[in-house]
Design a protein around this ligand. Structure first.
Ligand SMILES: Cc1cc2nc3c(=O)[nH]c(=O)nc-3n(C[C@H](O)[C@H](O)[C@H](O)COP(=O)(O)O)c2cc1C
Length: 318
């Protein structure tokens, strides 16, 4: 088993430069542990746990499986996350190697995390936020590009990755969005990334505890079945145009241009009465890489496929 030489693998002592991306309502201790045990680095959002007690159980479960191999958590640093500092303190009392911060300025958490030797890398979709995060002391950036599942950025990875690399030649840059294969991983690294953060591919895994129909829909869907909406959280998110999501899709299309989706989101938060309330609980998100996903299998097999395809692609160019 070969080691791929990248800044990421050196920093985290991983074998494969693959983050099992944090996914709200999807990531769990099984997915995280399996990604880490296969040589990558699994991450979950702390908000997938309803309480600090549950979070502690998840952290302990993962550590009992992975030993001292690296894993991470995702903290939403937006002011709406009232649990932020309590979650941070608990996480820092454990053996976490990485914090992925999202939805805001990471300065509240950076120095505390780094004082415990925990790296902080930040989800960003543009240069302004990337620069701000690095100025706040972050160890690196996850550049979330167009086509990503969850909150996708506006930029093509063909343009954003070389651009971020040129701006920050010494910093850790991780590519997120649209990577579901070893070929996508190799391409991201050719463009300047040190690692990839993979979400959508792991929804269609044995270990993800989501509806079977959600996994099946991912296998069946193509990139053209993904649309963007701001109605779920106020910023652009990728949503599948599947049977389950049709109420949402039809509503979204009918109000486009009539009311602002941002306004809708805020009204909904304030208790707007609707026949059906749309949320991350009943609307399925996935990225454009669904087109490459042809089966549901274990995280271990997915990681092996990434590795095999990566080396095959590299070999075909030499
Ligand atoms: C269902 C779903 C939920 C997500 N939830 C989060 C989250 O809670 N925090 C976060 O930082 N990113 C979240 N993301 C984004 C992923 O971490 C990652 O950036 C993205 O999935 C990468 O693109 P890909 O899905 O094309 O691989 C989510 C993505 C999906 C598909």
């Amino acid at each position: 088993m070969s080691q791929i030489k990248t800044r990421f693998n050196e920093m985290f002592k991983t074998r494969l430069p693959i983050i099992g991306a944090p996914m709200f309502l999807v990531s769990n201790p099984q997915v995280v542990s399996e990604v880490t045990l296969a040589g990558g680095l699994g991450v979950f959002p702390t908000l997938n746990c309803r309480s600090l007690e549950e979070l502690e159980i998840w952290l302990d479960t993962i550590e009992s499986k992975v030993g001292d191999k690296p894993y991470g958590v995702n903290l939403i640093v937006h002011k709406s996350n009232e649990r932020l500092m309590k979650d941070l303190d608990l996480v820092l009392s454990k053996n976490v190697s990485l914090i992925v911060s999202s939805l805001g300025d990471p300065s509240k958490i950076v120095s505390k995390a780094q004082s415990k030797n925990v790296k902080v890398i930040c989800d960003v979709i543009n240069l302004k936020h990337g620069t701000k995060a690095l100025n706040a002391g972050a160890d690196g950036l996850i550049v979330v590009s167009s086509g990503a599942g969850g909150h996708a950025g506006p930029l093509s990875p063909f343009c954003s990755l070389p651009w971020f690399r040129k701006k920050f030649p010494e910093k850790l840059i991780v590519a997120a969005g649209g990577v579901s294969s070893g070929a996508g991983m190799a391409a991201s690294m050719c463009l300047g990334a040190d690692a990839v953060s993979v979400g959508t591919r792991f929804i269609a895994s044995d270990e993800a505890k989501v509806d079977q129909a959600y996994k099946d829909a991912i296998v069946k869907a193509g990139p053209e079945d993904i649309f963007m909406s701001r109605a779920l959280s106020g910023v652009n998110a990728s949503v599948m145009k599947t049977k389950n999501n049709m109420d949402f899709y039809n509503w979204d299309q009918s109000v486009r241009g009539k009311i602002s989706q941002y306004l809708y989101y805020n009204l909904m938060k304030k208790g707007l009465k609707l026949k059906k309330k749309f949320s991350w609980n009943n609307v399925w998100s996935a990225g454009q890489s669904v087109g490459e996903i042809e089966d549901i299998k274990s995280c271990k097999e997915i990681m092996k496929q990434f590795e095999d395809e990566y080396f095959e692609v590299i070999k075909s160019f030499s």
